[in-house]
Design a binder for this molecule. Structure first.
Ligand code: NAD
Length: 259
């Protein structure tokens, strides 16, 4: 079972893997024996996660790269192949948010968000394709969001990027099969305040109503998403491709109904 899935000798790329959910994912793969490569734009966070993983005896390579930039992605993938000679798993996790109202959101912000959240995963898939096919079975896991399926006000570019990422997931699954499986995870509310770099870290606080809107009685943690990610990247998930897994403690299936 994936609970004990072993990724020894496999090379796993995690974008945005230095903080938040990505930190949970990169740590989980490292603890299962993978050579973990983290691509992130935050050098302070990269240095800290490199230290954490090295102290745990893990094999980790932390590279500064902007996933929206083709030159960065090209150079990073070349670097990884020169160092390890293979890529087995790609986790497209890096993502940004913008909650300004439309009237105050410049179009450059729309372009940047779509570039990071949607162009980035496509670029990484494109540059990793040959190596992932060679790995056979290779796996891609795209971190989407329940906001692809439901919205609050002022989240248009984010919702559109995540809806696009779910569509990109099934399109890639068809193009890259049978050698590579491609799936998405849509996290709900995942608390990351205590998974940031030390200068940004804070203690999470949740109101009882925050907990009550989840049938499981709590908000999520990066461990919850990492566990789903390990499963989807493992051989146990060999018959799953093109799928979107909602991992949200039941938040999106709960009706808010006041009689
Ligand atoms: N936290 C949640 O509740 C939640 C819910 C649903 C989906 N998600 C998705 O999960 C993913 C991770 O979210 P998080 O809350 O952990 O975010 P976070 O901000 O805590 O961490 C994101 C990491 O990505 C890096 N990053 C940002 N832009 C980048 C770029 N252009 N290139 C490379 N790295 C970049 C950041 O430096 C940071 O280390 C995102 O795709 C997000 O949309 C999060």
């Amino acid at each position: 079972m994936s609970g004990t899935a072993d990724f020894s000798d496999q090379v796993v790329i995690v974008s945005g893997g230095a903080q938040g959910i990505g930190k949970g994912i990169s740590s989980a793969f490292a603890s299962r024996g993978a050579h973990v490569v983290i691509l992130d734009i935050d050098e302070e966070a990269l240095a800290q996660q490199q230290e954490v993983l090295s102290a745990a005896g893990a094999s980790a390579l932390c590279l500064r790269a902007d996933v929206a930039e083709e030159l960065d992605v090209d150079a990073s993938v070349n670097h990884i192949l020169q160092r390890f000679g293979r890529i087995d798993v790609l986790v497209n996790n890096a993502g940004i948010v913008d909650t300004r109202p439309m009237a105050r959101r410049p179009m450059e912000a729309w372009d940047r968000l779509l570039a990071v959240n949607l162009r980035g995963p496509y670029l990484l898939a494109k540059y990793c394709e040959t190596a992932l096919r060679r790995s056979n079975p290779g796996a891609i896991v795209n971190i989407a969001s329940t906001r692809a399926l439901m919205s609050e006000a002022n989240t248009e570019p984010y919702a559109a990027s995540k809806g696009g990422l779910i569509a990109l997931t099934h399109a890639l699954a068809v193009s890259l099969g049978p050698e590579v499986r491609v799936n998405a995870i849509s996290p709900g509310w995942i608390e990351v305040a205590d998974w940031k770099k030390t200068s940004k870290r804070s203690q999470p606080h949740h109101r009882s109503t925050d907990l009550l809107q989840h049938p499981v009685g709590r908000v999520g943690t990066p461990h919850d998403i990492a566990a789903a990610c390990l499963f989807l990247a493992s051989r146990d998930a060999g018959f799953i491709t093109g799928a979107n897994f909602v991992v949200d403690g039941g938040m999106t299936i709960k009706m808010i109904y006041e009689p």
